[in-house]
Design a protein. Structure first.
Lengths: 325, 392, 166
């Protein structure tokens, strides 16, 4: 690796790192706006034109607020925990191809790496819950751990289907292998399993167990304030973006679309952003519509429904691949 | 395995917790996520309202009753003023009785809307709350037009209502009952057949009819278990005897049945509102009882006797004959009742209030034993308590 | 050049974290350092071009297994350090065993590469790694592999039996 290459990679990392908080900011704004519309409200419309700068105001507020640490909390862990959630969520962006030739790195075991890194996000939530030294937080943290482990399994098995069909673990090559047929069409079952698991992994409604306001207060981040809370939120929304990007990349042809391969660059990026935004919208839409499932029902769904379904999907894909030759 | 093994964990829910709907503290004994025992801790909102009444003249106490179940203030007003009317042996004129029905049923719808919004919010769905508040605003605008207050109406007076309705009010009521059914249908599409809601509500927090009666439950919490008991039908008061409506009941006594009962009650209340508005008789809105009720203003300005009476009642108050009376009405949460004792003075000797939320809350432990903590939240919501009424 | 520098960084992190795992007074912190140590090892794997192993190391060890540890630790809420339960006999035994292990490791490493040499390029980077691994497992070692899954299945059944008894 020459110094020029290294510099280029660093530059790419820097661009993505700078873009993530901004994208997350707009993501929260979009959520508030869309939820507002669903709920007969306007959503934020004071900061900037149409409230477009609201996310900035939120960020400034979160940064300048006092960082309260409960007296009985484990101080070091309490401070580290939000970072443990955020860092993996941001790191996985290194692997996602945003457009034709637009990825920080193309690892040949990309999918595996991605699942591996995002699985580390659980720790922030567990440790955050434990360090707060509050029963509500601890229960929230433990629920989250159990939930993520359960759903990682069916999610991983849904990914096996993708890998089998694409014949590669590299995300870049997976996108290219969907030129003819999107995997959402070829293996709808796999997509459904992946989608539900993805929602559960990101702790969003109807699976937002760890922070079930109704029974657990705010769950693992009950005791967090200021930027600690902000980092948790950043991690959560990054995870949503990642999930949406993954649904796009793995099942909906990634940056592919009419004339994307030929024109490349901005067009392919446009397709990617469009598809990802759609999935982000679906996430927000679900939040505006559905009630929350109960914890044991969530577990039952994961183990008794999704897991067998994902195995069925593997069987289907195996048959499909074998018949196609 | 030793029998001494400590398997339960004690968790404090409240008094600051979003799902206790006010300052209620629940001491939960949990085995993992299963509720072993719930002990409600009351008293955080205790104001000794019954004692306050002993220092006030009968008519002065009416606004205090607003603060019991503040989500359906008119119904409390009615329970109290009907009790005093019984003591004083007077009766409100027909127009006032129809207006009372109109107000009470609007209050019931409003109260049920809040229940619906918050109950579903506890189960994680945020949107219905905003929809419910849209309709609630309409109802409150109606109240405001008549009595100036949006929440604490104090519109009912001993022997009638404060004043007649303004012109154009009935038109607005008509508009409301024309639009409301479609709005209610909206909520139902969001909730009633939602598989997630069904799984959260069916078979959860069930209580049998016998147990429900034994605990003294009333209102939708009782009718959800299949007991057809509604004071509006059983002992008709105000104008309920003249009006046509049904009393919905459930079968299983679970969260879902209580939900269905309340939804159906809103429809029935709407029917009552419509009938009361359409059949509103003409005439006075206050009883003609010179010793208890002030003469109208115009008369005070023209007639010396009337002026003396006006001042006497204002400064001294009317004194009902000695005796005691139990006056119960069907509130939005159950049987709202006032037990009044008169010793022949202008102030009551004793006022005891039966808050249905308080009685219904006593069945919480029975309903939630062996259920998940998350179910406890659903059950709490389905009992529909108001802390102003639990701690009186 | 950069590879060597990174190697030492990862190695240092791995070792330091490993030491902290056993010296931390709180079990939760031990778990945290264990994750760090595993991540360091994963980094070393990736540096060697074994991305698959690296990813699996993170996914299984750092991701899943330690989560289980943490879960148990928090469920039983071990507040006081475990060290207190250690008798002198136990510590001596532990140090002896640990020392023996260390000597063995150095011996094996020394036989393979010579003492403390810089890392070789290792397995070839690129396409073939996952496929190669798959071929090795499913062609050459298919019997042991299937036996292994049988062992795991037995373990699952065992768990079910124990879980059901309650």
């Amino acid at each position: 690796m020459t110094p020029a290459d290294l510099l280029f990679v660093l530059l790419k990392i820097l661009v993505v790192l700078l873009l993530i908080p901004v994208t997350v900011g707009f993501c929260t704004l979009a959520e508030r706006k869309i939820l507002g519309r669903i709920q007969l409200r306007f959503g934020p419309n004071r900061a900037g034109p149409f409230g477009l700068l609201q996310w900035m105001a939120d960020a400034v507020k979160l940064i300048t607020k006092e960082y309260l640490i409960p007296g009985e909390a484990d101080k070091a862990l309490f401070v580290i925990a939000p970072l443990l959630t955020m860092v993996p969520a941001v790191t996985v962006f290194a692997l996602i191809p945003f457009g034709k030739g637009m990825e920080i790195t193309d690892v040949n075991v990309g999918i595996l790496m991605l699942v591996a890194i995002s699985s580390l996000g659980t720790y922030g939530i567990i440790f955050g819950g434990w360090a707060s030294n509050s029963k509500y937080s601890l229960l929230g943290g433990l629920r989250s751990a159990a939930q993520m482990i359960s759903y990682e399994l069916s999610m991983g098995l849904a990914l096996v289907g993708v890998v089998m069909m694409a014949g590669t673990m590299s995300l870049v090559e997976i996108v290219e292998s969907q030129k003819g047929l999107w995997f959402i069409v070829a293996q709808p079952l796999g997509f459904i399993v992946f989608f539900i698991s993805g929602v559960a992994e990101t702790n969003r409604l109807p699976f937002d167990m760890p922070e079930a306001e109704g029974d657990l207060g705010a769950g693992y981040h009950t005791e967090y304030s200021a930027m600690g809370f902000g980092l948790f939120q950043l991690g959560e929304y990054s995870a949503i973006l990642t999930m949406a990007a993954l649904m796009t990349t793995l099942f909906c042809g990634g940056w592919g679309g009419p004339a994307a391969a030929a024109l490349g660059g901005a067009v392919s990026l446009g397709y990617f952003v469009l598809k990802t935004s759609f999935f982000v919208f679906v996430f927000i839409w679900m939040r505006g519509t559905l009630p929350r499932v109960r914890y044991d029902q969530l577990m039952a769904l994961g183990w008794k429904v999704l897991l067998p379904l994902s195995l069925l999907n593997i069987l289907w894909v195996a048959g499909y691949v074998a018949l196609r030759g | 395995m030793g029998a001494t093994e400590q398997r339960t964990m004690t968790l404090n829910m409240g008094p600051q917790h979003p799902s206790t709907h006010g300052v209620l503290r629940l001491i939960l004994e949990l085995d993992g996520e299963i509720v072993v025992k719930v002990t409600p801790e009351l008293g955080y909102l205790h104001r000794a309202i019954g004692k306050i009444a002993e220092g006030l003249r009968y008519e002065q106490f009416v606004p205090y009753t607003d603060r019991l179940d503040y989500l359906a203030a008119s119904i409390n007003n009615l329970g109290y003023v009907q009790g005093v009317e019984k003591l004083m042996e007077i009766e409100a004129p027909a127009r006032a009785r129809y207006l009372r029905v109109l107000f009470c049923e609007l209050s019931r719808i409003e109260s049920h809307l809040i229940w619906l919004g918050t109950h579903i919010l506890d189960l994680g769905a945020t949107t219905p709350l905003f929809y419910c508040f849209r309709e609630r605003e309409t109802i409150r605008d109606l109240f405001e037009e008549v009595c100036g207050a949006r929440m604490t109406h104090a519109y009912f007076r001993i022997g009638g209502v404060r004043q007649d309705i303004p012109t154009g009010f009935l038109q607005k009521v008509r508009e409301f009952y024309r639009t409301f059914p479609s709005r209610l249908a909206q909520y139902e599409t969001l909730i009633t057949n939602n598989p997630i809601f069904l799984r959260r509500a069916r078979g959860v927090g069930a209580i049998s009819a016998e147990k429900a009666v034994a605990y003294g439950l009333s209102g939708p919490s009782l009718r959800g278990s299949g007991v057809e008991w509604d004071l509006r039908k059983a002992e008709p008061y105000a104008a309920y005897g003249d009006l046509d409506f049904e009393v919905p009941t459930g079968a299983n006594g679970d969260v879902y049945d209580r939900y269905l009962v309340r939804i159906e009650e809103m429809k029935q209340s709407l029917r009552l509102v419509e009938q009361a508005a359409e059949n509103l008789p003409e005439g006075a809105v206050k009883a003609d009882a010179p010793q208890f009720i002030r003469p109208p203003r115009e008369e005070v300005h023209r007639n010396m006797q009337a002026m003396i009476r006006y001042f006497y009642i204002t400064m001294h108050g009317g004194s009902p004959p000695p005796g005691e009376v139990y006056s119960a009405v069907e509130g939005s949460k159950g049987e709202v009742a006032f037990y009044l004792v008169s010793d022949g003075t202008p102030k009551p000797a004793r006022v005891d209030i039966r808050g249905p939320s308080f009685v219904n809350l006593s069945a919480l432990n029975e309903m939630s034993k062996g259920q998940y903590v998350a179910d406890l939240v659903a059950i709490m919501g389905s009992i529909d308590i108001v802390l102003g009424e639990v701690d009186r | 050049m950069m590879g060597t520098a990174l190697f030492f960084v990862f190695a240092a992190v791995t070792l330091a974290a490993a030491v902290l795992v056993i010296t931390s007074r709180s079990v939760v912190y031990s778990a945290l350092f264990l994750i760090l140590s595993f991540l360091g090892v994963a980094g070393l794997f990736i540096l060697q071009g074994a991305e698959f192993l690296g990813a699996v190391q993170i996914l299984l060890y750092a991701g899943s297994i330690v989560v289980m540890f943490v879960f148990v630790v928090m469920m039983v809420n071990l507040k006081e350090p475990l060290v207190q339960q250690w008798t002198a006999f136990r510590s001596v035994g532990a140090y002896l065993l640990g020392g023996l292990m260390l000597v063995e490791l150095f011996w094996i490493a020394g036989r393979a590469r010579g003492w403390l040499s810089a890392p070789s390029s290792g397995i070839e980077t690129g396409e073939g790694h996952v496929e190669m691994l798959g071929k090795v497992i499913f062609r050459e070692h298919i019997l042991p592999f299937e036996l292994l899954s049988l062992v795991l299945l037995t373990a699952i059944f065992g768990l079910l039996v124990i879980g059901r008894r309650k």
